[in-house]
Design a protein around this ligand. Structure first.
Ligand SMILES: [Ca+2]
Length: 399
């Protein structure tokens, strides 16, 4: 596949970047909403001036949801329909790996994230998230297991987190799992979409619309913010989220960031602090899909955190990574986000805790469901389709 030629042609006719113009993205759903500070939305457009070579590492996946890079080469890929597969460095795709737990593969549910555990070299543990069948329907769960040396089987499969209560709606599972490098996992959860359930994002006795922090064994660390609060669930780290599907620790600062889906407008980039309320559904920069206000139609309230950045119209953010690698020297430390609706990548330049520029890359390539950085610094993206591919993106090397 070669997207580079067409892109290079477009770039040849592009006007020089105008510093203060935002990305061309169409009219907002809610034009009356004003950002709380400069560059909270529609930051100045950036242009990397790069062309890209796109190659297919492997294809034929059934709605791939996540890709993880194995140390020493090769990948693990989840298919939302419930299969975990090994992809060899040469692109050979395995049969489904045995031992994956039963998943609710309905609507947005299924087998979701997969990550290589922080101690994989010693214990061969991988971590994954999924829509688990439970009383009342389904729930976001995070599990771990030991991956056999031949990559064919999971053993010692156990949950380290199960959302409560179960939901009849197989929607908004959130479901990214990331590690802080100090023995903890962060798991994002959604609020299952319905008007009845979305308010649970504000409830500390339910794990809807939360970031969850547990040890790698699934215990609640004693320093979690609500451990000493009666009636609150000890694993909650932050709350008031809608459907956060992307999360990453900034490798230079150690800070935790997430991206979450808004309704019509109101996708958010958030800097996560323990115990903080991120507002959904009380405050939002979006509106309901039918054009009515979300709750009271307000964007700020006391004791509720503002997003660092928001999008209206939406990008539909999947995962996010902080770029570190050799192939894109100008992107070091930048945030790359998969856009399901923009069908491409979004790059944000951060200065401290603020966004100072935005770029859209490879728009039209497909519904970018996951993004990872390979050992050589190339980008890996999973395209949500059936069949969907695992693609590698490198800077263009020839005209
Ligand atoms: Ca929010």
């Amino acid at each position: 596949m070669r997207f580079a030629t067409a892109l290079a042609t477009v770039m040849a006719f592009a006007a020089p970047a105008l510093a203060q113009e935002p990305v061309d993205q169409g009219a907002p759903n809610v034009p009356e909403f004003e950002p709380a500070f400069e560059n909270q939305t529609r930051a100045p457009a950036m242009d990397s001036g790069l062309g890209y070579d796109v190659t297919e590492v492997a294809g034929g996946f059934a709605n791939p949801w996540a890709v993880a890079v194995l140390p020493g080469g090769g990948y693990l890929v989840t298919e939302r329909t419930g299969q975990l597969r090994h992809v060899a460095a040469d692109g050979t795709v395995s049969d489904p790996i045995a031992g994956v737990p039963e998943v609710v593969a309905q609507s947005q549910g299924g087998l979701l994230d997969v990550k290589i555990g922080p101690d994989f070299a010693e214990d061969r543990r991988i971590y994954f998230t999924y829509a688990k069948p439970v009383e009342g329907g389904s729930a976001t769960a995070a599990g771990r297991a030991v991956l056999s040396e031949d990559m064919t089987e999971l053993t010692q499969v156990e949950d380290i987190f199960v959302q409560t209560p179960g939901s009849p709606n197989p929607m908004h599972f959130g479901s990214r799992i990331v590690f802080d490098g100090a023995g903890h996992a962060i798991i994002t959860t959604g609020e299952h979409f319905s008007e009845r359930e979305r308010v649970f994002a504000q409830d500390l006795d339910k794990t809807y619309g939360k970031t969850i922090r547990v040890t790698l064994d699934g215990e609640a660390p004693e320093e979690n913010p609500f451990v000493d609060r009666d009636g609150a669930i000890d694993t909650i780290w932050s709350y008031g989220h809608r459907n956060p599907q992307g999360a990453a620790f900034d490798p230079t600062t150690g800070a935790l960031w997430t991206v979450e889906h808004g309704p019509a407008g109101g996708d958010e980039l958030n800097l996560i602090e323990p115990g903080v309320n991120y507002g959904w559904p009380v405050i939002s920069y979006g509106e309901n899909y039918n054009g009515t206000p979300v709750e009271d139609g307000i964007t700020d309230a006391p004791d509720m955190a503002q997003p660092v950045y928001y999008w209206d119209p939406v990008i539909a953010p999947s995962d996010m990574v902080f770029y570190q690698g050799d192939l894109y020297p100008a992107w070091q430390g930048d945030v790359l986000i998969g856009g399901l609706v923009t069908r491409g990548l979004i790059r944000l330049d951060l200065e401290g805790e603020r966004v100072i520029g935005e770029e859209r890359i490879l728009e039209g390539i497909g519904r970018v469901r996951d993004i990872a950085i390979d050992a050589d610094g190339s980008l890996l993206i999973a395209i949500d389709a059936n069949p969907g591919g695992l693609l590698r993106i490198t800077p263009q090397t020839s005209g």
